[in-house]
Design a protein around this ligand. Sequence first.
Ligand code: ATP
Length: 243
Amino acid sequence: MSYAVEADELGKVFGSIRALDGLSFKIRPGEIFGIIGPNGAGKTTALRIIATLILPASGSAIVFGHSVITEASTVRRLITYLPEEAGAYKNLSGIEYLRFMGKFSVKNRETLEEIIEDAGEISGLGKRLHDKVKTYSKGMKRRLLVARALMTKPKLTILDEPTSGLDVLHSVHVRDIIKDYVKKQGVTVLLSSHNMLEVEYLCGRVALINKGKMVAEGTPEELKRKNKAENLEEAFSKVVGLA
Ligand code: ATP
């Protein structure tokens, strides 16, 4: 089988901190794959390597057959990346922001207008799309940014904590956006989260990581069954020896 992502023995060190310590995982095309783990487990570092923003110190990662190390510019054309602390240009309106970002990947005017229309729908922001981003709440900004990540129909979208800082209603909206969009467009998603409920709802398969290493992998159901746990939080606690 050819994979969307094959990460093999990724290692990364920042000074004396070992952020990743031989992390391997494989993602199938069209699946939503979640990396979960506690603060500092290495989730963002892993996502940033796959997004070609930083290089691994050791190991390799292949995205749709292309190395993130030697073919980074090809990989960048296939992916979008939503950082945890992303911002949008606050003096543009939502729609101007989407158009501005869309122009980087779409040159044809009609196609550009189509994807902007799609993005508007994905965001669910309605008339507020014409207001300046600086007037948006945190949740509205996140919806705009998720729409931006999905609108160009990338082969892979990498979402770091997609619902970070959002209340329940906005989180539910963002999760539904992701789930619906993947079903309709067949985009592959790699996301990270602390929120185990979110991961259980969204992800086909998950990797539990701790201290830069994979501690368990499988479907949420498999992980719960194997660990005789009622939910992923309990499964994780059992795997890392907290329960
Ligand atoms: P969180 O859930 O808190 O966002 P995370 O699982 O995403 O955490 P990372 O951000 O990947 O974890 O960080 C893993 C480890 O590497 C942490 O100890 C962090 O302090 C360290 N680290 C990450 N980036 C850097 C950096 N640029 N410089 C120094 N240390 C870093």
